[in-house]
Design a protein around this ligand. Structure first.
Ligand code: CU
Length: 144
């Protein structure tokens, strides 16, 4: 009996001392991705996450030319999304749901990557997309 408690105590102490020793949840991890918006690009413009991940996209407008920018995507329309921070405007335009951020501001939005695939996004402000302010979120199936 006493040995059993020592073993349990030892395992507990290990789990508390080494965060990596704690069991990892199977349904994906939380990925925080910072994207900087300038005229006219997203940095980075290619993002890769795993299916099942909770994705937090932090969009920071660091445009020295002081233009508004946004993150706009068709695939966001029906997705449950939590939005936080300095949101200049949000809504739906041209078939895309968008979150706009003013110069010097930062917003973030969170969602779960429920499907694998490549999901394009664009800056929905004026002609920014046509000027090359586009990107893609790649959701990969985790290796078994
Ligand atoms: Cu833009």
């Amino acid at each position: 009996m006493q040995i059993r408690w020592v073993v349990i105590g030892g395992a507990l102490a290990l789990a508390l001392a080494v965060p990596g020793a704690l069991p990892v949840r199977a349904q994906g991890t939380r990925k925080v991705i910072s994207i900087v918006a300038t005229s006219w690009k997203f940095t980075p413009d290619l993002i890769t996450v795993a299916k099942g991940d909770t994705v937090v996209i932090q969009l920071s407008n660091q445009d020295p030319d002081k233009r508004n920018h946004s993150f706009a995507a068709r695939w966001l329309i029906d997705k449950p999304v939590t939005v936080r921070g300095q949101v200049a405007r949000e809504g739906t335009d041209d078939g895309r749901r968008f979150f706009a951020v003013a110069p010097g501001d930062k917003l973030e939005f969170e969602f779960v990557a429920t499907e694998a695939g490549s999901f394009p996004f664009v800056c929905g402000v004026f002609d920014h997309g046509a000027r090359g302010q586009v990107g893609a979120l790649n959701v990969v199936t985790a290796a078994k």
